[in-house]
Design a binder for this molecule. Sequence first.
Ligand SMILES: *Cc1c(COP(=O)(O)O)cnc(C)c1O
Length: 457
Amino acid sequence: MKTIIEPFRIKMVEPIKMTTREQREAALKKAHYNAFLLPAEDVIIDLLTDSGTSAMSAEQWAGMMRGDESYAGARSWYRFESVLKELTGMKHVFPTHQGRASERLLFQLLGGPDKVFPNNNHFDTTRANIEHTGAQALDLVIDEGKKPESLHPFKGNLDPVKLESLINEVGPSRIPACMITVTNNSGGGQPVSLENIKVIRKICDKYKIPLFLDACRFAENAFMIKQREPGQGHRTVRAIAQEMFSLADGATISAKKDALVNIGGVLLMNDSRLAEQTQNLLILTEGFTTYGGLAGRDLEAMAQGFQEILEEDYLTYRLRSVAYLGEKLTAAGVKIVQPPGGHAIYIDAAAFAPHIPAASFPGQALVCGLYRHAGIRGVEIGSVMFGKTDPKTGKTIHPPMELVRLAIPRRVYTQSHIDYVGEACAELYAERSSLRPLKIIEELPALRHFSAKFVEV
Ligand SMILES: *Cc1c(COP(=O)(O)O)cnc(C)c1O
C-alpha cells in the first residue's frame, strides 16, 4: 500500500475556527507581528510547536483517572520511575514540570562564570539557563549541520574534532558537562547517530567530562538511527533508545515532546552526589522528589507516553507525515532543510525571501506571511531567536541560518491538514515578493522571540 495511514482513530474532536484574511490581518497587527502573541483561537493550523501539543491516547486519559495523588510515594510515581529506569537505565530519576526546569536544576548545580557547556546545538531554553549562571553555551555541530541542502543522514552530529580542540583550549576542568541534543531541534530536527554518541562518549571519558543528553526527541532520533545507520535496521527502536541512554551519564527531557503529554519533564543522572544536590534543590523549588511539581495523574500520563512513543507503527506514520510535507514544499520550489527532520519542516527563509536582509528578519516576515495567507502559525528560528549583539563591537551577530519551523504536533492533524499547509506554502512562495521586512520596537534581554514587538517597514 502506498498510503501510510494515521495508526489511530479519532474519538474526540476540537473544532477549528475558520477566519478570513481581513480578520487575520487585524489579529496580526494586534499581536505586534509576533505569532507568540496571537490568540490560538485565531489560528487555523497551529504549527508553532510540537511541545505539549500532542493528543493523548485513551490509555493516557485512563491513566489520568487512575493517578494516585498521595503527596509522597504515590503509586503513579513508582510506575513512572520504573518505566524510566527500564528505558534509560539511569540510577536517579527526578520528575520536573517541564524540560527547562530540568535544565535550571542541572545548570544551577553545574554552571557558573568561567564554565563552558558544549552541545551540537543548544536549544534556546538550554542556552538561556546556561548563560543565566554566567557560563558559556557553545554549539559544535558538524559543518554539514549548517548547510540546509546537505543530505548527510546525521546532520545533528556533534563534531568530535571541534569538541577536542575546545577541551584543549579551555581545559576539561571548565567543562562540567558535554551535552548532545537528540534530535537537534535548533539545527533542524536532525538526528545524531549512535556512532557519533559513542565517539563523543570516548572523548568525554578521556577527559573525565560527564555526558548529558538533551533527550526530548529520543524516540524520533532512535527511529532515524534504525532507518539510516548501517547495521541498525534489524534492531527495535526501544533497544536503540536504551543504548543511546546507556552511553550518557544523565539526561534532561521535556516530556512535552516524545512522552506525548501536555506537561511534564524529567531529569536523569547516575552520579549519586549530584543526585543528592538535585534532590535538595528539587524539594526547595519544585516539589518533593516523588512528584517534582506535577500531579500524580501527570506522572501516569508520562509513564504511558514514554511507552507508546516507541511503537514503530506510530513512528513510521510520524516520520512519514513530516517527510510528506517536506516533499510537497520541495515540489513547489520552496527550499527546506534537507533531509526532513523528525518533528518539523524547516523552511530556508533567507532563500524564500531573498529581498529581505537578515537584519530585517526574513524568517519573521515569512511567519507573518503564512499566517496572513492561510492562518498557519509557524515559528522563526533565526535572527529573532538567536541574533545577539557583540558586546565589543555593538554589531549584531546573525546565526548561520534564517529558518521558519513548521512543527507538527503529535497525533493531532490529518493528511488533509498537511495538504492544506503544503498548498498554502506553495501559493505564498509564488507571491513571495509581497513579504515585508520587519523591525523590532520592543524586546526583553533574554528569549526575546517570546515577547518582542515588531512593525512592518
Ligand atoms: C522543548 C525543548 C527543551 C525545553 O523543554 P520545555 O518543556 O519547553 O521547557 C529543551 N531542549 C529541547 C531540545 C527542546 O526541544
